[in-house]
Design a protein around this ligand. Sequence first.
Ligand SMILES: [Zn+2]
Length: 358
Amino acid sequence: MNPDEQKLTYVLGDTIPEPGHAVTVSDGVRWVRLPLPFALDHINVWLLRDEIDGRQGWTVIDTGVTRDNVKALWEQVFETTLEGLPILRVLVTHMHPDHVGLAWWLCQRWDAPLWITMTEFMVARLWSRPAAPGSSESGAGGETALAHFVRNGLTDPKVEEEIGKRSSYYPSLVADTPPTFIRIMDNDEIVIGGRPWRVIVGYGHSPEHAALYCDTLKVLVSGDMVLPRISTNISVFSFEPEADPLPLYLKSLRRFDDLPEDTLVLPSHGRPFKGLHERVAQQHAHHAARLEEVLAACRVPCSANDIVPIMFRRKLDTHQITFALGEALAHLHMLYYQGTLARVVGDDGVVRFSVAGH
Ligand SMILES: [Zn+2]
């Protein structure tokens, strides 16, 4: 455990659900863990006992990626955990593949509706479609992504080649999306199992991320907005190259300030914990420290790619490099839009940032 983590309380200790089985974390709330084919090797999903229009059953929050082994684990969960009742609703926090990847299958399998914010639905729907005929572009990869990384200083030909080929990355993990959805919005109250859950929308990690808080249970399903061990990825991506997501994220974290100190946090990665306010404070401190480092580095002109080894001191694979470079750029952009950094495009076409007025 790292020192920050030691200040949190893992309420269930080392307990982790067995594959295909659930662990009860609160009244009517069960924790299931599904594998991911990344360095980040799992996602937590949640089953909430529910009743809709007089039917008894379950609401699922988040789904895992489209992979046969994940479907097989779900089938096992249906056997071991649902007490013979159906899935009545599929609720998704945001459009990242590990969260929305099997929504289409779960909705079909149980004839259940998808509940999600509108922006997350639209982006998932768009990106899960294959590229138009004759185009190498799908929303999440291909030439636009490659140009973005090269413009921000990426020079490794092997990584460039891999990124250029990744236009099918999103659809390979999100094979489809349901054709219809039920829109959830910030501050909506959703009744699940007779209890109100409030939608808390957050920005900076994904377009319109929904966390859910139940005051009766004092439980927060935090999605990816608050994680106990790793920091939430905040990236500038190729489809919105001028974005400034870090202030959006830091401001969104403030939405959790008025929740009770003893809130049980159910994160998408890692283990359920208490210590929400401590963890939010750690995130503010983490980004403040990274901004300091970035600013110090920019005494000489730096591209986002130059910043990556300063912010991430370990070896990264291609998937991680795309996130790391996006994250470096998010910190550069925050300082740039504040007026602390200036930027110039070099003769080589690479964008470099340096301390304004120097
Ligand atoms: Zn995410």
